[in-house]
Design a protein around this ligand. Sequence first.
Ligand SMILES: CC(C)(COP(=O)(O)OP(=O)(O)OC[C@H]1O[C@@H](n2cnc3c(N)ncnc32)[C@H](O)[C@@H]1O)[C@@H](O)C(=O)NCCC(=O)NCCS
Ligand SMILES: Nc1ncnc2c1ncn2[C@@H]1O[C@H](COP(=O)(O)OP(=O)(O)OP(=O)(O)O)[C@@H](O)[C@H]1O
Length: 207
Amino acid sequence: MTHYKRPGSRLRRPFILGLTGSIGMGKSTAATMFEREGVPVFDADAEVHRLQGPGGALVAAIEARFPGTTGPRGVDRQELGRRVLGNRHELAALEAIVHPAVGRAQKKFLARHRARDVVVLDIPLLFEKGGWHRVGAVAVVTAPMWIQRKRVLRRPGMTNAKFKAIRGLQVPDRVKRARADFLIETGRPKSETHRQIRRIASCFHAQ
Ligand SMILES: CC(C)(COP(=O)(O)OP(=O)(O)OC[C@H]1O[C@@H](n2cnc3c(N)ncnc32)[C@H](O)[C@@H]1O)[C@@H](O)C(=O)NCCC(=O)NCCS
Ligand SMILES: Nc1ncnc2c1ncn2[C@@H]1O[C@H](COP(=O)(O)OP(=O)(O)OP(=O)(O)O)[C@@H](O)[C@H]1O
């Protein structure tokens, strides 16, 4: 694999690699592997958890718009999920509260790591929300659908209906794969996935 060079951007740092994939495809696991290769990772989902967790900055705004979905432990995500997943209008209202705050945290992350060669933005909705136009390249985490389904359905609180609703909100895996600069396959042993990630990370280190 050759080194990846963004045209005309030798002095622009860091190179931003977007990491995305549909539910259960293995994004979080892949993100941890990038970290092990020394690449800083911004985890958008973890940021949402922080903002919605105990004492989180968005708990009050979410309670105001979705009464009864928060408590001493922050947002009750099961309950909030029941209200918004499958209801585009309600989901858009939640996104309008959450996404700007995540965007601010992402900006701070990029500023903190501006001296690095490469950073990863782990963003579940990279294709759905247009973020892929703002990154240098995109790595898509993918696995056969039967493996995705098996992984997701064994999560506590997950039902067939919820899985269907979430899949309906996401750009299909085959479209994501077609748009990817790099594919990370997770339907295979983790050691092989890690090897793919090591090769991708090596494309971006000091040129
Ligand atoms: C709806 C919420 C409360 C459900 O929480 P829960 O813990 O039950 O599910 P979880 O967060 O693990 O999401 C399950 C799957 O749904 C996907 N998903 C979550 N939000 C969205 C969305 N706005 N659009 C499409 N898919 C979504 C996730 O990527 C994941 O694949 C939570 O996902 C949320 O607050 N979503 C809004 C913020 C958001 O857009 N987050 C995702 C990107 S950072
Ligand atoms: N080769 C592999 N690479 C990555 N994950 C794997 C692999 N083999 C098995 N898995 C398992 O698949 C699951 C993937 O879950 P993970 O939380 O990483 O997915 P995700 O894409 O972040 O999910 P979500 O979009 O729902 O947040 C984990 O339980 C992980 O251990």
